[in-house]
Design a protein around this ligand. Structure first.
Ligand code: PLP
Ligand code: COI
Length: 341
């Protein structure tokens, strides 16, 4: 049963307490059993590597309630694999896919009443957190870890949801270095984005966009979402070593191909923004956030993308197809969805 106390249609992207979280500890070289907790608190050693040296990773995925009342989790295995890649990147032990999926399914089932109703357009955000808990004073990986997964119901990440809004290129801060941790989902990348993100918000933009840190020529990504542009029936998205491999973007590339579009992954020089018929930011939280225009404050340029201020037809089609699969309204041809019985 869906909880009746929540105003589902008006929830934002924020934290709301739910009934349970699940935890699994890594000690003595192996993963322990899954544990269910109703506490929002973790007890952690003051010298834990996650606190001092950023040995920390997280993930983000969503569960959706369909018209049929069933709950669907989107691309859980892909999130397990990305978390494993992050773990390899910052020397943490990998959590096997089966253990990750068992935790995700359990935490969703135990919080079933917080999966928003179909009609609300909201969803259940699933947040796996992976931290070094072992004490170290020298810069070394920990020997103990905790993986915890909590959930919280969410509405749209960017104001307006599926509406075209302005974005801004911020050149004075880099989020990630070309051979740094940008391709991993570690907290440090987000710490590095806070100033640029605040500046973008203070100036009235939805989000900041980063250029590649080395040459400052090519579009990298937004603070919490990948970038794509569309022109000549082609879906174009940056190829870069410093961006997060977005599972939403990967899904959209597949859907674009299914719709008969060409797909290109390559460098996107800033000037090319002028030529896009449509553009958007995409991610689990953002879904697709259509881009109205992009300002480059430092060089005084403005790239107007949505000339009528509205989401374009291809972005709308992609959005509807993706949401349709997630909510169970459209066939799941690629096997992306796990249905919770
Ligand atoms: N890029 C960044 C920096 C992100 O934080 C996210 C969110 O997870 C994404 C891209 C989108 O990735 P995904 O579609 O896997 O959620
Ligand atoms: C996501 O889309 O899951 C994100 O990670 C965005 C964010 C809230 C950091």
């Amino acid at each position: 049963m869906v909880s009746k106390e929540i105003d589902w249609a008006n929830i934002s992207f924020g934290y709301m307490p739910t009934d349970y979280n699940v935890r699994r500890y890594y000690r003595d070289g192996k993963w322990g059993e899954i544990e269910l907790s109703s506490s929002e608190i973790i007890n952690i050693h003051m010298a834990a590597t996650s606190l001092h040296y950023g040995q920390e990773a997280f993930e983000g995925l969503k569960a959706f309630r369909g018209k049929d009342g069933k709950i669907r989790i989107f691309r859980m295995q892909a999130n397990a694999e990305r978390l494993q890649s992050t773990c390899r990147g910052i020397l943490m032990p990998e959590l096997p896919t089966e253990m990750f999926c068992e935790m995700v399914e359990k935490v969703v089932k135990m919080n079933e009443r917080f999966v928003p109703p179909y009609e609300s357009g909201a969803s259940l955000y699933i947040r796996p957190l992976f931290i070094g808990t072992g004490a170290q004073v020298g810069v070394h990986p920990a020997n103990e870890y905790l993986c915890i997964i909590f959930v919280t119901p969410v509405g749209p990440y960017f104001k307006g949801g599926f509406a075209a809004t302005p974005y801004v290129i911020i050149r004075e801060y880099d989020r990630a270095a070309p051979l740094g941790t940008g391709r991993y989902k570690v907290g440090g990348n987000y710490a590095a984005s806070l100033l640029a993100n605040k500046k973008a918000h203070d100036l009235g933009y939805s989000c900041e966009i980063y250029l590649d840190a080395k040459e400052k020529k090519y579009i990298d990504e937004a603070g919490a979402a990948n970038f794509f542009g569309i022109k000549d029936n082609t879906y174009i998205t940056p190829e870069s070593t410093s961006i997060l491999p977005s599972i939403t973007n990967r899904s959209l590339m597949q859907l674009a191909e299914d719709m008969g579009m060409k797909v290109e992954r390559r460098h996107i020089p800033e000037e090319e923004l002028n030529t896009f018929e449509e553009a958007g930011a995409c991610g689990t939280a953002a879904v697709i956030s259509p881009i109205e225009r992009i300002d480059d404050l430092e060089n005084g340029k403005t790239y107007i993308i949505a000339k009528d201020g509205k989401p374009g037809p291809m972005s709308t089609k992609l959005y509807n197809e993706l949401r349709g699969i997630q909510y169970g309204d459209r066939p799941d041809k690629h096997g992306w969805v796990t249905v919770i019985e």
